[in-house]
Design a protein around this ligand. Sequence first.
Ligand SMILES: C[S@@+](CC[C@H](N)C(=O)[O-])C[C@H]1O[C@@H](n2cnc3c(N)ncnc32)[C@H](O)[C@@H]1O
Length: 217
Amino acid sequence: MKAANFIDSAVAEYVTTHTTAPDDLLLALAEETRKLTGDDAVMQIDPEQGTFLTMLVQLTGARRAVEVGTFTGYSSICIARGLPDDGSLLACDVSDEWTSVARRYWERAGLTGKIELRLGPAADSLRALPREEWIDFAFIDADKAGYPVYYEEILQRLVPGGLIAVDNTLQRGHITDPSHGRNVPAMRAFNDLVAGDARVTTVLLPVSDGVTLIRKS
Ligand SMILES: C[S@@+](CC[C@H](N)C(=O)[O-])C[C@H]1O[C@@H](n2cnc3c(N)ncnc32)[C@H](O)[C@@H]1O
């Protein structure tokens, strides 16, 4: 998600230019997303977040990953690239139109065998997954009202020591204003839920639009 206005724009630019840049494939995907989706392209994660996701997956040694909110595929490619050769990512989204772009870029990136798309409401997709602890890494970046359900369904299936990364937790800096818009109250409730959850350790990072890392104890 673009334009976090709680970071000075010069500092934001500095962060971008001092983070490993996206390769040509990710740049092409960002460009095509802008052309195809117009204003909706703002939903795509920032380049530095993509680099961060790949690094997180590598650092955790994750093999089995789940994503909620795929859009045109930027974050899924970054996650899948951090997985080992025998790793896999389950990507959940409701939009056949947007994920058709993702599928093309997975093919171009040589990731088709590593990523499985599950189309439909993510709550249903997650509830249908095996109930044992098998997920090593998850990324939540979809409709904000659904976050508590996505979190709970994933946490129940997360291995001890597994990691969940959650996007947009600072709501472009409006998170401290409960009366701001539709998503802020939902995100505030979610942030409170996680901060008070004794099953996890969490840190809310002012990266991009706010990324919360949640480690299951
Ligand atoms: C912010 S975008 C995801 C951006 C993506 N992570 C990226 O890097 O480009 C949110 C996505 O959530 C999807 N979405 C919205 N409601 C959903 C739901 N109930 N279940 C599954 N996906 C949903 C939308 O179709 C959209 O593609």
